[in-house]
Ligand binder design. Sequence first.
Ligand code: KG4
Ligand code: ZN
Length: 342
Amino acid sequence: MIVLGLESSCDDSAAALVTGDRRIVAQAVVGQTSAHQPYGGVVPEIAARAHVEILPTLIVKVLGDAKMSIHDVDAVAATAGPGLIGGVMVALLAGKGLALAAGKPLIAVNHLEGHALSPRLADPDLDFPYLLLLVSGGHCQLLEVRGLGDYRRLATTIDDAAGEAFDKAAKLLGLPYPGGPALEELAKSGNPTAVPLPRPLVGSGEPHFSFAGLKSAVQRVVASGDFRREDIAAGFQQAVVDCLMDRTRLALEKSDVPTLVVAGGVAANQAIRSALANLAQTNGRRFSVPPAWLCTDNAAMIAWAGAERLVAGLTDDLDAPARARWPLDERAERVRGAGVKA
Ligand code: KG4
Ligand code: ZN
């Protein structure tokens, strides 16, 4: 079984072909960093137009690399949200067109489910249930992944997402967009204890995350001119690590799932990956994390989520909606500060 996956919900256009036995037959991702860099963040209108130009060439490329035609795939899986709606519509409509023309099933994938299941693409031994820390540009959540389509949100952010915090702190430090990888690089030469920074909600009995106060503190220390940029970067990254660890520890104490998993763009961060590996070990849990390229936005995770859904018989009709907002746990209470990016 082989599924074509399409992704365009933020600023990465991507296509991939993935088999039911976890083979990534072909994949391509094109980011739009240079188009958005002058604005210091993603401009939705520019992103949507760029997807229209880039995505079809990526579809042709992955099919060509695999020496296949659209008639050889078993299904077309396209991100249908959540995300920047103009961009979401590009992959979804491209997917519908291909599915319709080739007479293949369509799978409208939740981008967050793509992130949530991506560790299962990389790790054949990862069974349900697991505790997932989902950290991306628009989300910071702890979820119990009980099965395909069965998610229970244990915690979310009450203000900024983890990636958003990285991007804002990076901007304050004069680093280019996207800030996460640039800040991680700068932090390598800094001292994480040289700058006093807060750890919002650490030690609190409530489950949620908060990063807005940390960003304001970074703003103050940058403005003071009293600290080296690399020390601020290292201090900020350490504060985020401490916040993520504290909240995840709390969730592990309340849950009996055997495995801890991290996914989403921020999971590409090495300091976060190793801290979580330690946390899992101390708490007697198995740890699973996809390779860094599978953490940031890509279409292999969308194709894989499509493959899991196809096996379960979960396909969609051609009137499947594009959704700007699409929580994984529809029953979870809405908390202020939920972002639109995925
Ligand atoms: O999942 P993703 O690629 O896109 C969304 O769906 O949001 O996540 C992008 C986010 C950005 O905020 C980016 O700065 C952050 O992930 N990120 C990182 C790293 N690589 C990407 N944050 C910290 N360290 C990194 N190495
Ligand atoms: Zn994402």
